[in-house]
Design a protein around this ligand. Structure first.
Ligand code: NAP
Length: 487
């Protein structure tokens, strides 16, 4: 496969299963169609792997495990560093590929490629910092040695909304820790994962260390992998519903699990906030990826004193965004991923309007081919509207007025999710106080984006278990081993 710095030749991309270093079609000959969300045209047909092929991928990963775990950390570090360099050299082509299969605007895709590559760079460094501990036993007469060893064969399941970054956020630490992997990318966006697989091979990753399986039957295929005793780790990013089901299966086999699940982020604007900064932050928190991010702000709580000003300014900004094919330079918001995603947004908006909500801009899908929904702002949304409970996953901002700090904290926490929260205030003490009170794994204070490869990313409540990124992300792929030493 060649990814030119400028253009991607989709017809030259691999389309098969990647098992033990080879690309091959599914034995059944079955394929999955990859659709361009902007045109609804078929972009490619990729292999539809079976349970048996999933287990062959596990077999290959298990076969490569001992040798990969035994490599010098520096060797693993250099392969990851090489993959980072290759991704950056090909960032234009990769960004175009992401926009093509995912639909997001090119600016979002470029940002994703940089973010995704940065996980390889970060974990290239972390590979060298996999330290242990040696302490005297408090009771005397011995030493406590703690080693961090690779957890073993890891199954990595990723969503379509960040086809590159969700893969590298798992592959970086897994490979750095010395784990071999089976990656199951989302069926909607497998091509980016294939491009990354070739990049890692080119950077020197030995065969069998990374295996990739696409399938239209992820339930049975992943289920069989989890029952295979050679699989020791499940790292999943996706919806809470699917994550819950996988956790049950992982529990049966006592497989170490990390879960990055859905969100329903509150975005709080206090009356003393810098309004220009709050509007900028709101645009990023809402419109990154056209609202299709787990970190996307779903509910904007705005102090009553500044509500009208905020609503008017946000509406102007949202109305000015150009909706269109993600690959066109002037597109600010691309298509949603598929017909189902579009239907979900339409249904949530319709439900709120039926219950009395008012639309300030947008609010109806466009009469054109492609899964397009316009940037939308809503007010007067009643508390029983579904849109306040469900992850919207689209470019719709719901604005709700509030008066008191306790009231807004209670409202923000009134969700089963707990991934991220945002707040804007000119008062640092209040910023810290509210950050501590918000029930979520991450808080952006006067910032509309929290993602950082060096920080622990993850949620509480129904938003997940464990953290990715930072040093914690590496430890998620290790098991501590305690060795008791006399003397
Ligand atoms: P999804 O439907 O849960 O799918 C995620 C992945 O799981 C895909 O690879 C999917 O395969 C696979 N899958 C589906 N059903 C499965 C099953 N029964 N057993 C095993 N695997 C299964 O989620 P999505 O729609 O792709 O992604 C959007 C969701 O991801 C949102 O809820 C978003 O908040 C969440 N997300 C969370 C984070 C985070 O860090 N917390 C980051 C990004 C996204 P197919 O594609 O073949 O169906």
């Amino acid at each position: 496969m060649t990814v030119s710095p400028d253009r991607i030749d989709v017809s030259a991309l691999p389309t098969g299963l990647h098992i033990d270093g080879e690309w091959r079609p599914a034995a059944s000959g079955k394929t999955i169609e990859v659709i361009d969300p902007a045109s609804e045209q078929v972009l490619a047909r990729v292999a539809d792997g079976s349970v048996e092929e999933g287990l062959q991928a596990v077999e290959a990963a298990a076969g490569a495990a001992a040798a990969w775990a035994a490599t010098a950390p520096k060797e693993r570090s250099e392969i990851l560093r090489g993959a980072f360099e290759l991704m950056m050299r090909r960032s234009d082509g990769l960004a175009e590929l992401i926009s093509l299969e995912n639909g997001k605007a090119l600016a979002d895709s470029r940002a994703e490629v940089a973010y995704a590559a940065d996980f390889f760079r970060w974990f290239s460094g972390e590979a060298l910092r996999l330290t242990g501990e040696l302490t005297p036993a408090p009771a005397g007469g011995g030493r406590i040695l703690v080693l961090q060893q690779p957890v073993g064969v890891a199954v990595l399941v990723t969503p379509w909304n960040f086809p590159a970054a969700m893969a590298t956020r798992k592959l970086g630490p897994a490979l750095a820790a010395g784990c071999t992997c089976v990656l199951k990318p989302a069926s909607a966006t497998p091509l980016t994962a294939f491009a990354l697989t070739d990049i890692l091979a080119e950077a020197g990753l030995p065969k069998g260390v990374l295996n990739v399986v696409t399938t239209s039957t992820p339930g049975p295929v992943i289920g069989a992998m989890l029952q295979d005793p050679r699989v020791r780790k499940l790292s999943f990013t996706g919806s809470t519903e699917v994550g819950r089901g996988l956790l049950k299966q992982a529990a049966e086999a006592v497989v170490n699990s990390s879960m990055e699940l859905g969100g329903n982020a509150p975005f709080i604007v206090f009356e003393d906030a810098d309004m220009d900064a709050a509007i900028e932050g709101a645009m990023v928190a809402k419109m990154r990826n056209g609202g299709q991010a787990c970190t996307s702000a779903n509910r904007f709580y705005v102090h009553r004193r500044v509500f009208d000003d905020f609503a008017a300014r946000l509406t102007d900004r949202m109305a000015a965004i150009k909706l269109g094919d993600g690959r066109l330079a002037d597109t600010g918001c691309g298509a949603l991923i598929n017909a189902e995603g579009l239907r979900k947004v339409e249904t949530l908006v319709a439900d709120a309007v039926e219950r009395g909500a008012r639309i300030l801009t947008g609010g109806a899908r466009l009469d054109r081919k492609g899964f397009f929904y316009p940037p939308t702002v809503m007010v007067d949304v009643p508390p029983d509207a579904e849109i306040l409970r469900e992850e919207i996953f689209g470019p719709v901002a719901v604005l709700l007025p509030f008066e008191g700090e306790d009231e807004v904290i209670a409202a923000a926490n009134g969700t089963e999710y707990g991934l991220v929260g945002y707040l804007y205030t000119g008062d640092l003490a209040r910023g810290l106080r509210v950050s501590e009170a918000l029930e979520c794994g991450m808080v952006g204070v006067n910032r509309g984006m929290v993602s950082d490869v060096a920080a622990p990313f993850g949620g509480v409540k129904q938003s997940g278990l464990g953290r990715e990124g930072g040093h914690q992300g590496l430890l998620a792929f290790t098991e501590p081993k305690y060795v008791a030493i006399p003397g």
